[in-house]
Design a protein around this ligand. Structure first.
Ligand code: MRU
Length: 344
């Protein structure tokens, strides 16, 4: 059985430490809001849906800690702290809003009831994520030809979600349907989610995968190895622009140039209809050391200026479809997204 990305047991959140993979498979136990917040900031847990689920359990921990004092205040403070961890993936704010709303609904109830309800709410987010990913996989698998080379960027797999993944759910379901899918995984500099995480989880599942460095994607496409690209998302704006791991935009341009369809797979919790377009999506800037150093070893000269945006925005015009649990949305995305938004 696959190791779990996150697990809630006896009032403790256990997170698979993704900083150490693939060399070491180890979990980190979080018992306080601060421990969950630090785990998100330091990338113990990462990937938009996984961050959202972890934060929900963080709020449940905060509520329990507030039982002797003021549970409602404890929930608000937990949401504030967790909301400061990472700015781009909207699933985090979606989960915090949902937890805060549940607490507010129960404002007149005894504190122990509020804490129990918040634990149940976090568990619902956890379960729903798995079911949504399965549906994303089913809708997405229909787009995969019987023999496919599928290129993906970063890790939008089981490790980025509660289980199953989004982009990699498409691969998993297509293979269950008997399709021959070979994954090309971009290594994804600077944090190497592709090399360390995507390659690891696919090998664990016995799914054929070839690792390439980011600058080999054009070569692989030109050689005819890639039939489709499927990536995850951290935030989808109302017009269909998509923020995802840095380098995604370049892959989309390459796919366009080679006539290869470029798909985004994401649950509805990644859609942010309050943001008109990609220009308004906050992009996290991470430490320069991620660029100047490789595994603690300096590879760039002291004092060099560094740019380290963790995400970029792919304009909607490059996207063939957005695969959600509600189906595959097609251009014009503003209309398709608004229509699902009205039903939700
Ligand atoms: O910085 P990370 O590792 O949290 O970034 C992750 C990504 O960009 C993923 O592609 C995205 O969150 C989708 S995960 C299903």
């Amino acid at each position: 059985m696959r190791v779990k990305t996150l697990e809630w047991r006896d009032g403790t959140l256990y997170l698979l430490d993704q900083r150490k993979l693939p060399a070491v498979v180890e979990t980190v136990a979080c018992r306080t809001v601060e421990e969950v917040a630090r785990a998100i900031e330091t990338m113990v847990v990462r990937g938009a849906p996984a961050i959202g689920a972890a934060a929900a359990f963080g709020v449940a921990l905060g509520a329990r800690a507030g039982l002797k004092d003021d549970v409602q205040r404890a929930v608000t403070e937990a949401c504030q702290r967790l909301g400061q961890t990472r700015p781009t993936a909207v699933n985090l704010f979606w989960a915090l809003r949902r937890m805060q709303a549940r607490a507010s609904e129960l404002a007149c109830r005894p504190p122990s009831e509020v804490a129990a309800a918040l634990e149940a709410e976090a568990e619902a987010i956890y379960r729903e994520d798995i079911a949504q990913n399965r549906r994303i996989g089913e809708f997405g698998a229909a787009l995969v030809p019987p023999r496919a080379g599928l290129l993906t960027h970063c890790n939008a797999g089981a490790l980025a979600t509660v289980d199953y993944g989004t982009a990699l759910a498409v691969v998993r379901v297509a293979r269950e349907q008997g399709k021959e899918v070979h994954v090309y995984a971009d290594e994804t500099r600077p944090f190497l989610q592709g090399a360390r995480l995507t390659a690891w989880e696919l090998l664990e599942d016995g799914i054929p995968v070839t690792l390439i460095t980011d600058n080999m994607a054009a070569y692989a496409m030109a050689k005819g190895l890639v039939n489709l690209v499927v990536v995850g998302a951290d935030r989808v704006a109302a017009n269909g622009d998509v923020a995802n791991k840095i380098g995604t935009y370049g892959v989309a341009i390459l796919a366009r140039e080679h006539g290869i369809p470029f798909y985004v797979a994401a649950p509805w919790s990644t859609v942010d209809l309050s943001i008109p377009d990609g220009a308004a999506i906050p992009i996290e800037e991470r430490s320069p050391e991620e660029v100047t150093h490789v595994f603690g070893q300096r590879v760039a000269p002291e004092g060099v200026a560094v740019l380290n945006p963790a995400f970029d925005v792919t304009p909607h015009s490059y996207i063939a479809g957005i695969i959600t649990e509600h189906g595959v949305l097609r251009p014009p995305f503003d209309r398709a997204l608004a229509e699902v938004g009205r039903r939700e």
